[in-house]
Design a protein around this ligand. Structure first.
Ligand SMILES: [Zn+2]
Length: 486
């Protein structure tokens, strides 16, 4: 897949109805996307599998579905109102707006060797910091002033125009990512709420509710799947980073005196890896773990690692795993002036639980699945999706649409299999066209009813990946699919 460009994947996604640009009919809204018929299926399959793996098959995790509109105080206590911001710069020549950290990091990645060995002198950035940035191409946590200084001393030009050779940028400034909403007709601060910037806060603010209304005890997790909203300046890359996106987050609560956090952490790493490789069917060689450096990690986190996938635009974060200590619950204890500690009914011991948080972007799993499955081979493009996530599990065709006997038989098979699987029925065009279409949406099996069927009650089943065909009795079809689609 090394040579597959994002542009090809995006073109197929549009052509076959996986993803469309948002509000396209009216000229579009940047960085929003709509999921078409097969895209909606793929997305739903991913979400269902995630929920099954981490809620239904776990005794120690329960689900939650919190409101998207939430109290402004939640986001003050969580630190998002104060600190959840991107640093931006604008090119005064071509009006390009960019995240300042991305401008710096992209520049560092393309930095010539001599600049790296002999960086210009600067007083505002310490030499250790400069060295670290040049080595890791990361400037997370840098102040606006430091970023300004870096742009000036390295004379970073605009990636969009040749006029700005590093001297036509506005000053770097912070821009809060939360989407404010104003409720009702009351003007001003009273009516202010926020669309949630992450699903995690829903678990923290409902921690006591869940604890008191369910038979759970530490250690246990609360999981949530749902939309979050961030008013980000994004570099594109299709659905990798968008203004609204779907998260799958788990807050796993434990007593640090009773559970060994490092052991829990390692177990989570295994579970995440297994979900991505076994359930979603991603190739191991396209995955890696990356540990956050001390500078990059939030001050309250003792360890953060990202499971990264090799997207067509490089290794990028898919799934973060952070040990967040008791930071979040203690922030809400202060913010709401409420006691959120757990009391052990036997010993009377009180503890404010610590938390390990696996947080994944569902839309990133979606893009990863398309990227990993995309194959171009002799005369065809095929999505070799795991059957578990494929939009359709099989397609049923009558060899010819204008033969009522074939049509009727195909309809019968379609109706029968549809009781258990999502099946596509296609009678348009010729058989070659139908195979082409099914290959491009990743349908694992194509079942064709032909004239022999009327004699022998068997059909031709074609395998998507090998293109091999075999005759299977209609009465055996269900067994066949049940075995293949486990
Ligand atoms: Zn420019």
């Amino acid at each position: 897949m090394e040579n597959i460009s994002l542009a090809k994947i995006v073109a197929l996604a549009k052509r076959r109805g996986f993803i469309y640009p948002g509000s396209e009919l009216y000229g579009g809204v940047a960085n929003t996307y709509d999921y078409g018929p097969v895209g909606a299926e793929l997305l739903r399959n991913i979400k269902n599998l995630w929920w099954e793996a981490f809620v239904h098959r776990r005794e120690d995790i329960v689900g939650l579905e919190a409101s998207l509109i939430s109290h402004q105080e939640i986001w003050k206590a969580s630190g998002h109102v104060g600190g959840f911001a991107d640093a931006l710069v604008d090119c005064r020549n071509c009006k390009l707006r960019m995240r300042a950290d991305h401008l710096l990091e992209d520049f560092i990645e393309t930095l010539q060797a001599e600049l790296r060995e002999n960086p210009p002198k600067t007083e505002k950035i310490s030499s250790e910091e400069l060295l670290m940035a040049l080595k890791t191409a990361k400037v997370e946590g840098w102040s606006e002033e430091k970023m300004d200084e870096f742009i000036n001393v390295f004379k970073i030009g605009c990636p969009n125009c040749s006029e700005n050779k590093g001297d036509k940028w506005t000053a770097v400034r912070k821009f809060n990512l939360l989407f404010p909403v104003h409720m009702g007709i009351v003007e001003g601060d009273q009516s202010l709420a926020y669309l949630r910037g992450e699903t995690a806060q829903g678990m923290f603010v409902n921690f006591k509710n869940v604890l008191e209304s369910n038979r759970v005890k530490l250690p246990f997790g609360i999981a949530q799947l749902g939309k979050s909203f961030r008013n980000e300046i994004t570099p594109g890359n299709s659905v990798f980073r968008t203004l609204e996106f779907e998260q799958g987050e788990i807050e796993f609560f434990f007593d640090p005196e009773e559970s060994d956090w490092e052991e829990l952490y390692e177990t989570w790493k295994k579970d995440m890896w297994e979900f991505v490789t076994k359930t979603i069917g991603i190739k191991d060689e396209n995955l890696r773990w990356r540990t956050h450096s001390d500078e990059e990690r939030s001050f309250y986190s003792k360890r953060t690692e990202d499971l990264e996938y090799r997207f067509p635009f490089g290794f990028k974060e898919l799934w973060g795993l952070a040990y967040r200590t008791d930071y979040d619950l203690s922030q809400h204890e202060k913010g709401a002036s409420k006691d959120l500690k757990v009391v052990d009914s036997q010993t009377g011991k009180k503890v404010l639980p610590h938390v390990i948080e696996p947080a994944v972007g569902i839309n990133r799993i979606f893009l990863m699945a398309l990227s990993d499955a995309y194959v171009e081979e002799e005369g065809r493009t095929v999505l070799k999706l795991s059957p578990k996530i494929a939009p359709f599990k099989a397609a049923v065709f009558p060899l010819l649409a204008n033969k009522p006997e074939l049509m009727q038989k195909a309809r019968e098979i379609y109706k029968d299999l549809s009781q258990n699987y999502y099946i596509n029925f296609d009678a348009r065009g010729n058989i070659g066209k139908r195979y082409l279409a099914q290959d491009e949406i990743g349908t694992p099996y194509c079942i064709t009813v032909d004239f022999d069927t009327l004699e022998d009650d068997a059909v031709t089943v074609r395998d998507r990946d090998t293109m091999e065909q075999q005759r299977i009795k209609i009465s055996e079809l269900r067994n066949f699919l049940a075995q293949k689609l486990v």
